[in-house]
Write a protein that binds this ligand. Structure first.
Ligand code: HEC
Length: 135
């Protein structure tokens, strides 16, 4: 019974992203390894840190990923710039999440600049995607 639960949890986390987003994460992993020989894999704990830390963003104001997406990824968020509702970021709460590599690339790039005023590194992007995938 215990092993069945573990197996189900593993399959859920593997199913959380589409094949093309998994492929993108493999590319990020290769790039992260090329940039840092000591890299051993993405880490959801580092990803959480990236997701929840507050910085002075592009607009010159305190902002974090949670400003728009909230701390609970199963909840809807709100775009702090436009006021528009944002559907939940968690693939468990929103089946459309982490299905399109194009969408993921576009928004990660834009959102990293919004918060960190720079594009994330391959490792940072992979860490934060791992966090989103598991929450
Ligand atoms: C200023 C508001 C805002 C901030 C801050 C923000 N996001 Fe977003 N994010 C959005 C919007 C708007 C979308 C696109 C609309 C949608 O997909 O619902 C989006 C989409 C995404 C997506 C696309 C997911 C998918 O599969 O569709 C990811 C991944 C993402 N954000 C991650 C992040 C991360 C990581 C941070 C922090 C570095 C962050 N966001 C900060 C507003 C924001």
């Amino acid at each position: 019974m215990k092993y069945l639960t573990i197996f189900l949890m593993l399959s859920m986390s593997l199913m959380a992203a589409s094949p093309e987003v998994n492929q993108y994460m493999n590319e990020l992993s290769t790039a992260a390894k090329a940039q840092d020989k000591t890299f051993t894999g993405f880490d959801a704990t580092r990803g959480k840190e990236i997701f929840t830390s507050t910085y002075i963003g592009k607009q010159g104001k305190s902002i974090s990923c949670t400003t728009c997406h909230t701390v609970n990824l199963s909840n809807s968020g709100k775009n702090s710039l436009t006021g528009k509702v944002i559907e939940p970021l968690s693939p468990r709460a929103n089946a459309q999440r982490l299905t399109s590599a194009k969408e993921v690339k576009k928004w990660l790039k834009r959102n990293f600049v919004d918060v960190y005023t720079r594009e994330g590194t391959a490792q940072e992007k992979g860490d934060v995607l791992t966090y989103i995938q598991n929450n």
